[in-house]
Write a protein that binds this ligand. Structure first.
Ligand code: ADP
Ligand code: MG
Length: 240
């Protein structure tokens, strides 16, 4: 992993469109689709937070990102925006199946992410599902899963679908997001996570965005396992 600190200029090739001469710190200074910008505007997101400023340009440029920033720093939009842009640029359609997968440790976090995805991604034509239900909802989820473009899930439930749901095909996955990777591992999901990774196309065939509040040894091991060699490390707030 190459280290890059937030204060450095973005890597060559990163396009930052600057308005008014100042450094590009607003979402609208990035080369985003009008649909995504409208989604951000509608929700009053204009200036980027530090982690968004550090991570989004690299992610838009197609690089894998390992992002470290404390809770409340705005990590959700740091992956939701690039993910929407990637699928939009690819011309991803309903019939293309699973394009992006977001894995997060708890149902509450999954629901929060899903809400951001729904509101900011509103103008896009992607189907999206939240897979965190209890036992009762599994069959009902199974009926929808094969038609979904974007899935937000907890590790155990996702693995259950990968193993048991007919027609659930992750082989064309474009973007994998591992949110709160430290907590995923702390909560003992590392076996499930490894089993999930085995169902996905290899690292080179997809973009991986890994976010964590802390950089523990196990997060670094997971990064080695799931990220491309040319990934960018972006850390803000001096997380360990
Ligand atoms: P994290 O995942 O790092 O804990 P979240 O993505 O949940 O942080 O964001 C924390 C809060 O900050 C949320 O209420 C979110 O709406 C708000 N937020 C995120 N990005 C921005 C932004 N660019 N401008 C204003 N508020 C933001
Ligand atoms: Mg978060």
């Amino acid at each position: 992993l190459r280290k890059r600190v937030v204060a450095e200029a973005p890597a060559p090739g990163t396009q930052l469109f600057v308005e008014g001469g100042g450094p590009g710190k607003a979402f609208r200074d990035l080369p985003l689709s009008r649909i995504t910008l409208q989604g951000l505007d509608r929700n009053k997101f204009s200036a980027m937070t530090d982690i968004q400023l550090a991570a989004v340009p690299h992610a838009l440029a197609g690089r894998d990102v390992l992002g470290a920033a404390k809770t409340g720093s705005g990590k959700t939009l740091a992956f939701v925006v690039p993910l929407l842009e990637k699928l939009y640029r690819e011309g991803w359609a309903l019939s293309d199946g699973l394009g992006a997968l977001i894995i997060t440790p708890t149902r509450e976090l999954a629901l929060q992410i899903f809400e951001v995805l729904r509101t900011v991604g509103k103008g896009h034509m992607f189907s999206a599902a939240l897979l965190t239900g209890g036992k009762k909802e599994f069959r009902e989820e199974q009926a929808r899963v094969p038609r979904m473009n974007i899935i937000v899930a907890t590790p155990g439930r996702l693995l259950q679908h990968l193993e048991e749901t007919p027609g659930f095909d992750a082989s064309q996955l474009q973007v994998l997001v591992l949110d709160e990777a430290d907590r995923i591992l702390d909560m003992g999901f590392s076996r499930q996570l490894n089993a999930i990774l085995a169902y996905l196309p290899p690292g080179a065939g997809r973009q991986t965005l890994l976010f964590s509040a802390t950089q523990t040894k196990s997060v670094k091991d997971l990064a080695r396992l799931s990220l491309d060699k040319n990934s960018e490390y972006v850390g803000v707030h001096d997380t360990a």
